[in-house]
Write a protein that binds this ligand. Sequence first.
Ligand code: AMP
Ligand code: MG
Length: 413
Amino acid sequence: MKSRPAPRRSGATRGGGPIPIEDAERILFARVPAPVAERVPLGRAGGRVLAAEVKADEDQPPFDRAMMDGYAVNSADVAKAPVELEVVEDIPAGHVPTRKVGRGQAARIMTGAALPPGPDAIQQVEKTEGTGHRVRILAPVKAGQNVAPRGSEVRAREVVLTAPRLLRPQDLAVLASVGATEVATYRRPKCAVIATGDELVDPSERPGPGQIRNSNGVGIPEQVRRLGLECDVLARAPDRLEDLRARIREGLSREVLILSGGVSAGDRDLVVPALKAEGVDAAVHQVLIRPGRPIFFGTKGRVVVFGLPGNPVSAFVTFEVFVRPFLGRMMGYPGLGRRRIKARLAAPLAKKMERTVFWPATLEMTEEGPMARTLPWKSSADLATLARADALAIQPQDTALDADTWVDVLLLD
Ligand code: AMP
Ligand code: MG
């Protein structure tokens, strides 16, 4: 294990050429701005990350609770059922028992109601014959049967939710049940996306000669929004330094700025020079990843900037590999990366690659476990193949793989 401080030198990887994915991750994650907690009303907490554990305010259930409609009885009284008992009270849910139930007696009770003093069990109504003030209990019950004792789910002051956790509907419900109507969650970063390139036209237009529809301007913001974050799509920027700088200045007012295109080393690849001219400190510029390679990461104060490759599949994959886990950490939730599982390869990946490759693949369940079938992939612009994929199968750098080898795959949804 190497441990060294994240390079702070401007353009740290520029001269040194592309770096391995793990090195890029180390540099990136060392620069995650510390998440900031804020209290929000429970109704707005869904999809946010809980910042502090939450404890129960009182025992749950707060009283010995009936779990069936039926009769509250003493188990000893009905051991030799059938027996007849006197019904002393009717206790619907939400009502408090007013009478003690003695030996030889019972109370009619509804699911959710509090057990009256005396009885230790409930016989369900189907196993009784009621006649108003008398009831015939047809079968015995064990002590405690059909009763949830006070505190049996959680005790007062017991932790019901630990942090950090992404709040799901069932988590909100548990928060509601303990009266946590305001919860500490991490603030969610605001993002902006800028697609760059002279050749781009709006998806509603028919591209002229040499033009292409701006698919990244739709795909990338949706990847961001899937994480529950707001994402503004700024106007496209042409490949001109002054235009790029103006658009970047606008984007730097958000906390996360994601650009697509213009990050390679071509004459018209002006995104990196424009970012530097706007004071963005470069930390990563090229990574040994395919599809991908040119991928910029830098910061300006607390604002983080990603420059993703223009090729749509490259943009998609580099977002999933780098941006998504980064945003997860910014939201206080490192677990937000795609789920990684092991799958067997259906066909060999016979050619060694000098970069780690993320192959669009379909997944099948077989008796020996999941199997990944990599899709014939035309190029890093091949969106149609990407759209058919369930997963990205990972071929490590400089490694040929036989069929049936177990590989890591990232699950897409
Ligand atoms: P670049 O990264 O600017 O060199 O672009 C690489 C390739 O991706 C080129 O073929 C571009 O036309 C294409 N491309 C760049 N930006 C986009 C975009 N927003 N949507 C679709 N394709 C793009
Ligand atoms: Mg370009």
